[in-house]
Design a protein around this ligand. Structure first.
Ligand code: ARG
Ligand code: ZN
Length: 472
């Protein structure tokens, strides 16, 4: 799914007549990336996916994943060949029912040549049969499939899909999802959205999940294991589905004391960000030894380690804040990661203030004061951190300081209008940091270039803190 800009037909015809050389009539291969400077080969050109239907089977005993992905796509050019991003073994590809030739290139590219080229605007049903042992498949030395004693889980950023389904792996091509996974009876499968059905047959239980709003590929998740699934609804009627590994041990209480508050926290966030953008919510905690959490759409992934010091509602605030900032409105390019992390961190500061544990202003000043000017922290630019520092603390903490600085500059009224206006403006789409700066200038009527240069684009400690006090 991609948001289109309307251009009058006459203008299109004129442009075609003037600009396009005769050779463009020949179908050509789609590019192997969307042109993201941090990750040139992520996503693909030439088509657009609107829906993923994943019908899978997973055996925890030997970490074997197999099944069929059916992608509904539309060609965006006359297309002789196109790529999918995928790392497991493919046995068959069909395009509109007919066998297609396929080959792998690089570690995560699958090149598909349909029997007949696709015309621009033509719909394509792409069926991919595959199998693999995802924990064993290393791309650039790592796998985003985390095996657990009773199953496994796909959750990582920005790469997660390659290990469990073929995709156009970039946040600018969002789609809806049906994820149906058969697992041995007594084992559960967790994914995004709502649970449409759960049926057992011949020793296997099939879980069918549906995610109805446009969803980025890295926000699609799958977890298999022995889970306790809890179901409830919020005061306003949104289904809340949470899942806890039955093997959380001593972290079980703290995990539940945090994630069970997801409905309450989402409703609290609505006060700042506007209506919750999705049809369901919740969270899940598999027994992985990972250290991070991830805002997988409607149902964030939490590592047990996040609850080792007791309840952590603040972490739930962070991941649920991403449902607006990151999931409903996604990055246009991965360098725009501040749009996600700066705001999710600022939401934690607002929560702290609400809990009487320190105001956003106090936390912003502390974050500034507690790091000396020669701390490497200040060398990372939150507005363009580079692929290696995409999740550096500076993107989060200096990113949130930038928001406090903005709040001081434009005042609470415009600041909170911005926080609510942005998710509505780009709902279900993607946007850049530059778009946000433009929007902030529009809402406040102020020139903000200097402020954002200081906080997002300078590789040194700003001379004055986020509340205007200067450094000692
Ligand atoms: N967006 C995630 C969060 O802040 C961060 C994920 C970091 N990924 C990683 N592999 N460490 O909640
Ligand atoms: Zn985050």
């Amino acid at each position: 799914m991609r948001h289109r800009i309307f251009v009058p037909a006459a203008a299109v015809t004129a442009a075609l007549l003037l600009a396009i050389p005769a050779s463009a009539a020949e179908p050509s291969p789609g590019t192997p990336g969307v042109g993201d400077p941090y990750y040139p080969d992520y996503g693909n050109g030439g088509y657009d996916v609107s829906h993923y239907d994943l019908r899978l089977k997973y055996q925890p005993r030997n970490d074997r994943l197999q099944g069929t992905a059916t992608l509904l796509a539309t060609a965006t050019q006359d297309l002789s060949r196109f790529n999918l991003d995928f790392a497991l073994d493919v046995s068959e590809v069909r395009v509109n029912g007919k066998r297609a030739r396929f080959a792998t290139s690089g570690a995560h590219e699958l090149e598909v040549t349909p029997a007949k080229p696709l015309a621009k605007g033509q719909r394509a049903t792409v069926v991919v049969r595959y199998a693999g042992t995802p924990s064993q498949v290393k791309v650039n030395g790592f796998t985003s499939w985390h095996r657990t004693p009773d199953g496994g889980v796909a959750a990582n950023e920005p790469e997660a899909a390659w290990w469990w389904f073929p995709s156009n792996d970039h946040p600018t091509d969002k789609a809806t999802y049906d994820v149906s996974v058969a697992v041995p009876d007594g084992t559960q499968a967790i994914s995004n959205g709502t649970l449409q059905s759960e049926r057992s047959q011949a020793g296997w239980t099939r879980y069918a999940w549906r995610s109805r709003a446009p969803q980025a590929t890295y926000l699609a998740t799958l977890a298999v294991g022995k889970f306790d699934i809890t179901k409830d609804t919020t005061e306003s009627g949104t289904p809340v589905i949470n899942a806890y590994s039955k093997e959380l041990g001593e972290n079980d209480g703290a995990a539940r004391a945090s994630v069970e508050r997801s409905g309450e926290i989402a409703e609290w966030l609505e006060g700042y960000f506007g209506t919750y953008p999705f049809e369901a919510l919740g969270g899940y905690v598999p027994n992985t030894d990972t250290s991070y959490a991830l805002e997988t759409q409607t149902r964030p992934f939490y590592s047990p380690a996040g609850f080792s010091r007791g309840s952590n509602a603040s972490l739930v605030v962070h991941e649920l804040a991403h449902q607006w900032y990151g999931d409903s409105v996604s990055v246009n390019r991965w360098k725009d990661i501040w749009i996600n992390e700066g705001f999710a961190t600022y939401a934690q500061w607002l929560w702290s203030e609400d809990q009487g544990e320190g105001t956003a202003r106090e936390l912003a000043e502390y974050a500034y004061d507690s790091r000396p000017a020669d701390d490497a922290f200040w060398t990372v630019k939150p507005g363009d951190p580079g692929p290696d520092n995409q999740f550096h603390r500076a993107v989060y903490d200096r990113g949130a300081m930038a928001l406090q600085a903005l709040r001081e500059e434009i005042g609470d009224k415009d600041f909170f209008a911005l926080l609510k206006g942005w998710p509505k403006r780009h709902e279900g789409g993607d946007a850049s940091v530059r778009d946000f700066i433009g929007y902030a200038e529009q809402v406040s009527g102020k020139k903000l270039g200097k402020l954002f240069d200081t906080w997002l684009y300078t590789a040194s400690k700003p001379a004055a803190g986020p509340t205007g006090k200067s450094a000692e």
